[in-house]
Design a protein around this ligand. Structure first.
Ligand SMILES: N[C@@H](CCC(=O)N[C@@H](CS)C(=O)NCC(=O)O)C(=O)O
Length: 235
């Protein structure tokens, strides 16, 4: 039987992954439909004003776009509540969630660099947002492992995809940035080990992400192992 929820996705989209993490953390069943990036169907274009994924279709009647709005909707309608109960803590979490695009751009722009020079220049900009998050983790007043302490939350779901991609990049071409920020490094380790994060992607996700670098002709793709690169060439 089809689930109530259908998530429209590209296979490696971090913003879709954020919604998938929230669904996983709440044990809400969902289906996933992969859209052809180069040939987006009319039904999708009709419900996504920026032609972007994710879109969450609900009961085949409603559709929501923007990963933050989707996460907030799920948090209001499906238990357990992932946002903190305390209004100040919740507002702080929302504020840090609003910072995600800055953090995400630093990571994604580096991964998608077209040359070594561009890669170096973009990688040099990662320390700025990483430092801000490290500081926030120091000031949060708990010892983790997640942003709000022992309970996984929406702000964790929002950052996990980008800390995962940083880690993938770092394994291809060591960047030496996260080592300077021990609180962020510890948070990253906890997020990547969280069941909701592990269950939020396709199988062999790191290889799929690497293949995508090659398919998109990115410079970092040069460092992908021959076995994964061969699979990308055959695709
Ligand atoms: N602010 C949006 C960002 C979504 C986004 O940028 N999605 C990318 C894929 S990861 C996309 O669909 N880009 C459109 C394109 O590639 O043309 C959200 O949070 O949902």
């Amino acid at each position: 039987m089809a689930s109530r929820f259908m998530l429209c996705s590209f296979k490696t989209c971090p913003w879709v992954q954020r919604a998938a993490i929230v669904l996983q953390a709440k044990h809400v069943p969902y289906d996933i439909t992969y859209i052809d990036r180069d040939n987006r169907p009319d039904w999708f274009l009709a419900i996504s004003p920026h032609s972007k994924v994710p879109v969450l279709r609900i009961d085949g009647t409603d559709a929501l776009f923007e990963s933050n709005a989707i996460a907030e909707y799920l948090d209001e309608t499906a238990a357990p509540r992932l946002h903190p109960e305390d209004p100040i803590a919740r507002a702080r979490n929302r504020a840090w969630t609003d910072y995600v695009p800055t953090f995400a751009s630093a990571v994604s722009n580096t991964a998608y660099a077209d040359s070594e020079e561009e890669f170096g220049a973009r990688a040099a900009k990662i320390a700025g947002p990483f430092g801000k998050l490290d500081e926030a983790l120091v000031k949060r007043g708990n010892s983790g492992p997640y942003f709000n302490g022992p309970k996984f939350s929406l702000v964790d779901a929002a950052y996990a995809p980008f800390l995962q991609r940083y880690t993938f990049m770092d394994r291809l071409r060591p960047l030496g940035v996260i080592e300077k920020f021990p609180h962020l490094a510890a948070w990253r380790d906890a997020l990547l080990a969280a069941p909701a994060v592990k269950e939020s992607t396709v199988a062999s996700f790191e290889a799929v992400w690497q293949e995508n670098l090659i398919l998109r002709g990115r410079w970092l793709g040069k460092f992908v192992s021959p076995s994964v690169a061969g699979a990308a060439a055959a695709a």
